[in-house]
Design a protein around this ligand. Structure first.
Ligand code: ADP
Ligand code: GLC
Length: 485
């Protein structure tokens, strides 16, 4: 039966993206819509969204609408945009006062208000559209007050009487914590007793915690991470609340959008290849090395990195490992990313210390990300924690052997290669320390020197299928379970 799904997200590709949340929002809603469901996405109308290539339609009856967020009064207008190749409609909440900022996220004092407003706007739009969602699907801390609002501010409205809520945690490292002195911004009035009282006494309000407390179901983006976040090591202070929800928490692995990420048809690449024809991959490598002035022999391995440069991504492990391995082994490296200065400085220094062998491209560059996936021999992703991770799955499809730490979605998607059985798709290491990282890099380089094994490992990876069709079915099954189907 077709379902009505209200999907609230701070990011959706290709409109606004800082990481995998954008890819997942886009692919999941497109696949739900393709399967016949009525999905309406609500996302901020950030001023930096390039509207010139989009068909943006202002919704006539949703112009200059008053929006109350606690004592704050905003006016917003709504426009719809169709995602390429889909009938899912994205509702852009246009409110320049909140969303005309240089980047998606800010450290401004009203950051919590920007996303409370998004969440409230989604409810208000449903009301004005007289559209009754069966599922309210909230993503990350930005929309995490949705389930509580459903039970309080909007409980009077029959429109929402059948609505069940889902919170998906893409990144537990960001919880949307703001000061308890802003309690009125929630507009809960007498229902404020439902807020987490210990936090309030400690002077704070944690958005994500309230999603965990009040959503009908909680998902995160891999089965292993679902288990991990119930432990103090990975729960980032929320493990107790997660454990208390029992089997309301499930892990559903992300999929890969193979329309975007497949070397057989990648629109960012001038040459295409697949498991039957790997020659173009070698040519792409030659061209990338030329472009960046990297010098190596025909058989010198190229390692790639594409990442937000944050603590989560385990860049610290490379501080000790990469200089040592580069000093004693034949290896080239290209890294693309931006983030915390200490990580950017590390890569910049590495580039200076190993001229013509290391290139660091600071910034965000979608086409280059595709080139690196295609041209590299191996892809390094040593995350401290990784709810799912998409790049290792892209790497598998591109025949670029992933080197990953056994955590979260990395553990669920990459199988360590065993030369005895020739099974496995990558190099997987356990411990978060420099010796383990060095072991992983050297194991990869040793296998690279044995083309029979290397090619087997590449082909094993290229044969993996993480398509969204299967993953979407898991979300639909969850929605139906919640609706008592
Ligand atoms: P996360 O969401 O934690 O950043 P994921 O692996 O789920 O990690 O998704 C990251 C996504 O963002 C991938 O599509 C990746 O290619 C992209 N990405 C990350 N950094 C950059 C960058 N500097 N330039 C281009 N794309 C990037
Ligand atoms: C997050 C996680 C990443 C995940 C992505 C999409 O940002 O860090 O592991 O793949 O969200 O769910």
């Amino acid at each position: 039966m077709p379902l009505r799904v209200c999907f609230i997200t701070a990011e959706i590709a290709p409109l606004a993206k800082s990481g995998g949340l954008a890819d997942v929002s886009s692919a999941l809603t497109r696949h739900l819509s393709r399967a016949g469901h009525d999905v309406r996405v609500f996302t901020p109308g950030y001023s930096f969204i390039d509207r010139s290539k989009l068909e943006v339609h202002p919704v006539e009856f949703l112009q200059d609408v008053p929006l109350e967020v606690g004592p704050h009064r905003y006016r917003c207008s709504v426009s719809t945009v169709r995602l390429p190749g889909s009938s899912a409609s994205v509702h852009l909440i246009e409110c320049p006062e909140l969303y005309a900022r240089p980047s998606l996220y800010t450290t401004d004092a009203d950051e919590h208000l920007r996303f409370l407003a998004l969440t409230r706007a989604a409810f208000e739009c449903c009301q004005r559209m007289a559209w009754s969602p069966q599922i309210l699907h909230c993503n990350d801390w930005h929309a995490a007050f949705g389930p509580l609002f459903l039970r309080t501010l909007y409980a009077w409205d029959r429109l929402f009487h059948g609505t069940r809520s889902v919170l998906t945690i893409h990144n537990i490292g960001y919880q949307g914590v703001f000061g308890a002195d802003s309690i009125d911004d929630l507009g809960l009035g007498p229902d404020s007793y439902l807020l987490h009282q210990d936090d309030l006494r400690a002077g704070k309000i944690n958005s994500l915690r309230h999603g965990i407390l009040y959503a009908d179901a909680i998902t995160t983006v891999s089965p292993t991470h679902a288990r991990e976040i119930c432990t103090p090591q990975y729960g980032m202070g929320l493990d107790h609340d997660l454990r208390a929800r029992g089997d309301a928490l499930v892990g559903i692995l992300n999929g890969v959008d193979y329309d975007e990420w497949d070397p057989r048809c990648d629109r960012h690449l001038p040459l295409h290849y697949g498991p039957q024809n790997l020659d173009p991959k070698r040519e792409l490598k030659r061209r990338l090395l030329d472009r960046f002035g990297l010098r190596g022999g025909e058989r010198t391995p190229l390692a790639g990195i594409v990442s937000r440069l944050t603590l989560q991504k385990g860049i610290e492990l490379l501080f000790g490992a990469l200089p040592q391995v580069l000093a004693r082994r034949d290896l080239l490296l290209i890294a693309l990313g931006s983030g915390e200065p200490k990580y950017e400085e590390f890569f910049a220094r590495l580039q200076r210390d190993f001229p013509f062998r290391v290139v660091f491209q600071r910034g965000y560059d979608e086409p280059l990300a595709h080139w690196i996936e295609a041209a590299s021999d191996m892809f390094i992703m040593p995350s401290l924690y990784e709810p799912c991770g998409l790049n290792q799955m892209y790497s598998l499809r591109y025949g670029t052997v992933p080197i990953v730490r056994r955590t979260g979605g990395l553990a669920d998607t990459v199988q360590h290669y065993d030369p005895a059985t020739r099974q496995g798709t990558g190099i997987v290491f356990n411990d978060f320390d420099t010796p383990a990282m060095i072991w992983a890099l050297e194991t990869a380089l040793d296998l690279y020197a044995q083309p029979l094994h290397w090619t087997r490992m590449m082909l094993n990876g290229m044969a993996q299928d993480f398509s969204w069709d299967r993953q979407t079915a898991q979300y639909v099954a969850l929605y139906e379970r919640l609706l008592g189907g």
